[in-house]
Each structure stands twice: as C-alpha cells, then as structure tokens.
Write a protein that binds this ligand. Sequence first.
Ligand code: ATP
Length: 217
Amino acid sequence: MLSVTNLNASIGPIPIIRGATLSVNDGEMCGLIGRNGAGKTTLFRALMGAVPATGKAELEHVDLLALPPHRRIAHGVGYMPEDRRLVPEFTVEENIRLPTWSVAVDRAEDRLKWIFSIMPEVERFRVRRALELSGGQQKMVALARALMAGTRILFLDEPFEGLAPALARRLGEVLANLKSEGVSVLIAESNEVHVLDLLARAYFIERGTVSDKRKSA
Ligand code: ATP
C-alpha cells in the first residue's frame, strides 16, 4: 500500500537519508527502529514534504513526493511529529480538527466521533487549551490529530518517547486497538521494547540507511 523506493533526502548540502526502500501493507503496523540521529524524523519529514527528497513514495498508486505537502495530507496521510507541534492556545478539539481546516477530510464529523470513541480520555479534555495539558496528554492529542487526516496511513514519530509508564501502557492499548480497525501505521522508535508486541514487522535505520535486518548489535 505504501511503497517507498530509493528515497534520498538532504538537509542543506548534507545527505541524510540514503536510498531508503520500505513498504507498509494495508492495515499493517510496521516499525522503523533506529537510535537517535539515525534519520527517522528526517525520513518522515521527507515523506511529508518538509524536507526535499528524491525517489518514490507511492501510496495507493500516487507518488507522495510529487505532491505539495497539503495534498499529501489530503491523500490520507496522518503525521504525529516527535515534538507534537500542537497549537498551545487552541483547544484540544481545535487542534484535532486542524487538518480539516486546510484539506477536505471525508466525513470529518464521523471521524472525530470515532477518534473520541477510541480515545475517550481525549474527548474528556476536548475544551481545554493544549497548553494546559501534560506533555503525555499532548502526545495523545497529537495522535488524535494524526488520525483525523490519516485515513490511509499514519506516521508516528517516537510516540512513546517521554511518556510516564501508565500513559505508555494506555497508548499501547490505543495502538493495539487501531490494528483491529485496519489502519496502516509506520512507527519510529529508538527503543523497540515499547512496540515489539504491536509490530507485524520492522525496518532498521542506521546512519540514514534502511534495512529489514539489524546491522549492528
Ligand atoms: P532523533 O530521535 O534524535 O530525532 P532521528 O533518528 O529522528 O533521531 P534525525 O532527527 O532524522 O534522526 O537526524 C538524522 C541526522 O540528521 C542526524 O545526524 C542529525 O544530526 C542530522 N540533522 C537533523 N536535522 C538537522 C539540521 N537541521 N541540520 C543539520 N543536520 C541535521
């Protein structure tokens, strides 16, 4: 369903991602495991159009790399950045609805209801401003926002990073439920312990190179 082929991405003059090839099947939860600085964020940012890239990234026969960033979101890609990027002054609900302000999301009201049904804790603080939430709660909201646009696939960048154990367990439950909903997900993690139970498969990234086998211990 998502098929990335020979993707190269640079930051300024520095090549960061080198010939990345990977795929995520329909409804599959797939890992992208690599230590800090390996290139996970840069790969996601390249797929979202925030970093220039060459190669191909076909999602349902459309090459994401050929689309401007907002059209990638409109094509059903949801992105949860590692640093959340919520608008602090907006309410939780406004943050979740944000993608629908710039692109048409199919049956957005039903989708919001569905998101609240799988994350009732997020519904409970829907009227609070994002800045009033803890970092961990903000991560849940960032996942909810990714789900709003991510009708085809979600890119989750270190969703467990910095979460207290109780919230990490809860996030694990939410992601496990997503599996039964048939959502395709690519999850980047530096510590695969958090995600091993969730993943169908994993890729490993080291110094910008992606492989389906771990290269070093
Ligand atoms: P982390 O979890 O620490 O963010 P990561 O696997 O997501 O790790 P990236 O953030 O993609 O890694 O970084 C990959 C490489 O690109 C690193 O060597 C990093 O130093 C470099 N890099 C990232 N951003 C920039 C930048 N703005 N300018 C120069 N180099 C950068």
